[in-house]
Design a binder for this molecule. Structure first.
Ligand code: ATP
Length: 506
């Protein structure tokens, strides 16, 4: 409609707008609804703008509407700088106040070149009203609202207080709504900057995580659940738990620390997994110590015996037995199974100090996509610790430390401890490094002594087994000799008896 036409119609609309409330009461009661509908139809026909209202609560279940929550978060991050009247509130699961537009405030926003207006009503029935030109209706309904939902969810996720969940022992579950998980705020300070390891390896892990995070479409395209498995292995104190915290902080995920020994059956495990949410890491630490999940799979013969037993089972018994205890296959089913496809974006991490003890089925690629070895402290790793603990990147004592670290296996935990000792007494970096050198030298001495003792023990063992073998040989020789003598003796007696018998006959 042209500007001229508008100029003609506008006064009529304005008159109607003011006139209607005045004449409303003189309209017969039976016709009021009809006239009101007609009045709004006329108004909206001439009004070039459309309006979408987003209420705080959904009528059906008195539940907070997710679009409302997303709009609130979106407006706080994208548009609140344009408002004069703001409102701050602190939600339960966040420690950062959410500042958003207040009652009767209107702010503009632009999406793909189209201008829209957001209006906030924060009275008893809270709502946001989105106004836009009718000709952009498809864009707003089809794309803009989805954009609001996504951006708003992202803002909420970024703002939320991340949580560390642990599963309670099954005996404590009660009531059908009780949760298996209890949680505390996750505030571990570890990051990839503070973790001491080979920089190239670190880069590789970060790249893998970034690829995973951005891979939603890719996983959809290849038809696989959006999840990734990492196996962290290495001696105690090499940073496996620290690595988990660094990954959680990098990805901004919650952490579910699954204590498998507290889970008794596959059914419990199912409940536990189903209660986890997306954007989370599920951790099973020291998987080699978790129940009988790690032993090599049964030998063929045993499997055959089991199959025979299986065939004698009554119908229905199978399911009962499957649910009656936690099994390796139960765990594998959950890692691969349908659960992993709901909720999306999950990382599963196993840690172990003994890679060789694990069943290959548990850690094969596809289940544990990346095997990460956390090893003894290299010089590169030491430099990260020195930077973190002492704020030094170069020092005269570095060469000595590099040589020493090449001669003895020290875990990053031991090196960190060595660097910390003197720091707590407010000594300078040089003193701390000297202390570390002493600690490494002591460890070197100990390792040397241990190696000598082991060598001695091995030698003694070898000598002992040699001695035992010698004694065994002598004993068997003696026995053979005695046996021979005895058989000679017996032969002689037989000969004599034969001669006597022959003489008697003659
Ligand atoms: N690679 C590392 N980088 C930075 N700090 C480390 C590293 N490894 C160990 N540490 C330090 O040592 C402490 C113990 O490390 P952590 O618990 O991560 O080792 P772990 O391999 O999980 O040990 P365990 O197998 O006994 O659980 C941590 O608090 C951390 O300060």
């Amino acid at each position: 409609m042209g500007a001229e036409s508008w100029a003609g119609i506008a006064p009529t609309i304005v008159s109607l707008f003011f006139l209607y409330p005045m004449v409303k009461d003189h309209i017969p009661f039976q016709l009021r609804n009809y006239v009101a509908t007609l009045f709004h139809k006329v108004l909206s026909f001439f009004n070039p703008y459309a309006v979408i209202t987003i209420q705080e609560y959904r009528a059906e279940y008195w539940q907070r509407d997710e679009l409302y929550t997303a709009a609130q978060a979106y407006l706080s991050s994208a548009c609140s700088s344009l408002a004069c009247k703001l409102k701050a509130e602190l939600s339960q699961d966040s420690d950062t106040p959410l500042v958003t537009i207040d009652n009767y405030e209107e702010v503009p926003d632009t999406f793909k070149g189209v201008k829209v207006w957001w209006y906030a009503c924060m009275q008893s029935n809270k709502f946001y009203r989105l106004t836009f030109h009718k000709r952009h209706r498809n864009l707003i309904e089809g794309e803009y609202l989805k954009h609001i939902l996504k951006q708003g969810r992202d803002v909420t996720l970024r703002r939320r207080q991340r949580r560390l969940f642990t599963n309670s022992p099954s005996s404590k579950w009660y009531g059908y709504r009780s949760s298996v998980w209890s949680h505390v705020a996750f505030e571990h300070p570890a990051t990839f900057d503070t973790i001491a390891m080979d920089p190239e390896k670190k880069r590789e892990i970060i790249d893998d995580l970034v690829t995973f995070r951005e891979g939603k479409e890719y996983y959809k395209q290849i038809g696989k659940a959006w999840k990734r498995g990492y196996l962290l292995y290495g001696p105690p104190g090499t940073g496996k738990s620290t690595m988990i915290a660094a990954i959680a902080n990098f990805m901004e995920y919650d952490v579910y620390d699954l204590e498998l020994t507290a889970v008794k059956t596959n059914t419990e495990l199912r409940k536990i997994f189903i209660e986890t949410t997306g954007k989370s890491i599920i951790v099973i630490e020291d998987i080699d110590c978790s129940l009988d999940l790690t032993g090599k799979r049964k030998e063929k013969k045993k499997e055959k015996d089991d199959d025979e037993k299986e065939s004698k089972k009554l119908p229905g018994m199978e399911e009962k037995e499957e649910n009656s205890k936690l099994t390796l296959s139960g765990l594998l089913n959950f890692i691969d199974g349908l659960w992993s496809a709901c909720g999306g974006e999950r990382i599963v991490i196993f840690t172990t100090n003994h890679l060789e003890k694990l069943d290959p089925a548990l850690i094969r690629r596809g289940r544990m996509d990346m095997h990460i070895e956390l090893s003894y402290c290299t010089f590169e790793a030491f430099k990260v610790l020195a930077k973190n603990y002492l704020r030094v990147e170069k020092h005269d004592l570095f060469d000595t430390i590099q040589t020493l670290l090449g001669e003895v296996n020290m875990t990053p935990a031991d090196v960190a401890e060595g660097l910390m000792l003197k720091k707590s007494r407010n000594k300078d970096a040089g003193a701390c490094l000297e202390n570390l050198i002493k600690v490494i030298e002591v460890a070197k001495e100990e390792a040397k002594r241990k190696a000598e003792l082991e060598e001695l023990a091995a030698k003694q063992k070898e000598e002992k087994s040699k001695e035992e073998a010698k004694q065994k040989e002598e004993k068997s020789n003696e026995e053979a000799k005695q046996k021979e003598e005895k058989s000679n003796e017996e032969a002689k007696i037989e000969e004599k008896e034969l001669a006597t018998t022959v003489d008697g006959i003659n």
